[in-house]
Design a protein around this ligand. Structure first.
Ligand code: TYM
Length: 336
């Protein structure tokens, strides 16, 4: 049976290696597999929940779309769309917001991380963000959602929202399918290069903590050279990585980029020092990322072409989303 694949990224800052290995890489894999129907969104409404620069939002949106295509999403086979251009997302979000208990949202760890100690100053939008994410997924009745490990809890909430709607309003019949998370590979949670216990993130203060998809070869090599490690040589099996967060992270990155398991990487590098492993990792990173960076630049030089791709994606997304919204409203008893 063909699957409907849906996933999205926020146009906040530049995409990094974590976004690529945790998500984008699998988006391309799923697109190339069987007769899956794939929709990949740039979620600009999510990007304004914690302050943003209106002067760069549209350009960041194009840049994220360019990164999708440069990484291998084929706009002739998959649809790339902009969330704010498909109003049904926010409309469905409202319907779900009225059905979602506050207690479910209070459990979301990402809100706690992002709002920190200043929860009362965080916006309602940031708090309700996972409900919009549920709407992004369920408006297309998506069956599979390829994401990094950090989105797992949001997907569980999406399933809870779908299940509760089905139970309350559809006598338990599956109006909204329960979407399956697709979290797979050797790098589902890429960690910071400066601290193996923190996630690599777009918003971390130090640019040295992440490899951006737009970094040039020298910058990549420098970031890897300076990446935090421990003084031991690499172990010769994956069990030996336990308790060595930084080593585990770098080996995971190597494995994911080379399409191997960590065990295979350690079969080659076990017993070697980081002074030998890091240059090999830097070369591999540059090899894999530089064609993506170059293609992104070409695409960004032709914003007309990018806009045409997005317009086609928006039209398709709108045509799939509108009937789901209409049916949902009918089920909820609205005047029509
Ligand atoms: P966002 O924009 O923060 O990240 C985009 C994707 O990259 C993954 N990711 C990582 N994977 C591995 N290691 C990391 N360090 C790392 N950092 C980020 C994320 O898991 C994600 O898959 N809420 C989402 C966007 C969203 C969405 C959706 C996703 C909105 N609606 C509907 C799927 C379906 C987010 O903020 O992702």
């Amino acid at each position: 049976m063909s699957k409907r694949i849906l996933s999205c990224m926020q146009p906040t800052n530049r995409l990094h290696l974590g976004n690529y290995l945790g998500a984008l890489h699998n988006w391309v894999k799923l697109q190339d597999e069987g007769d899956n129907q794939c929709l990949y969104g740039v979620v600009d409404l999510h990007a304004i929940t914690a302050g943003h620069d209106p002067g760069s939002l549209a350009q960041s949106t194009r840049e994220i779309a360019a990164a999708y295509i440069a990484a291998g999403v084929d706009p002739a086979r998959s649809y790339i769309f902009v969330q704010s251009a498909v109003p049904a997302h926010s409309q469905l979000q409202w319907l779900f917001a009225t059905q979602t208990p506050l207690g479910w949202l209070k459990r979301m760890t990402q809100f706690k991380d992002k709002a920190g100690k200043k929860q009362d100053l965080a916006s309602l939008g940031l708090f309700g963000y996972p409900v919009l994410m549920a709407a992004d997924i369920l408006i297309y009745k998506a069956t599979h959602v390829p994401v990094g490990d950090d989105q797992k809890q949001h997907l569980e909430l999406t399933r809870d929202i779908a299940q509760s709607f089905n139970q309350h309003y559809c006598d338990g019949e599956e109006f909204f399918p329960l979407p399956e998370p697709y979290i797979t590979g050797e790098a589902t949670r890429v960690m910071s290069l400066r601290d193996g216990t923190a996630k690599m993130s777009k918003s971390a203060d130090s640019d040295m903590s992440r490899i951006n998809l737009t970094d040039d070869a020298d910058t990549i090599a420098q970031k890897i050279r300076k990446a935090k490690t421990d003084p031991e040589a690499l172990p010769d099996n994956a069990k030996g990585l336990e308790g060595r967060a930084e080593a585990d992270n770098l080996v995971g990155i190597y494995a994911a980029l080379s399409g191997q398991a960590k065990e295979d990487v350690l079969a080659d590098f076990g017993g070697k020092q980081f002074s030998e492993f890091k240059p090999a990792l830097a070369d591999l990173c540059v090899d894999k990322l530089s064609p993506i960076t170059a293609r992104m630049r070409e695409l960004m030089d032709d914003p007309g072409e990018l806009d045409a791709i997005l317009k086609r994606g928006n039209d398709k997304a709108q045509s799939l989303a509108a009937p789901t919204l209409e049916e949902t409203m009918k089920i909820l008893g609205f005047w029509r």
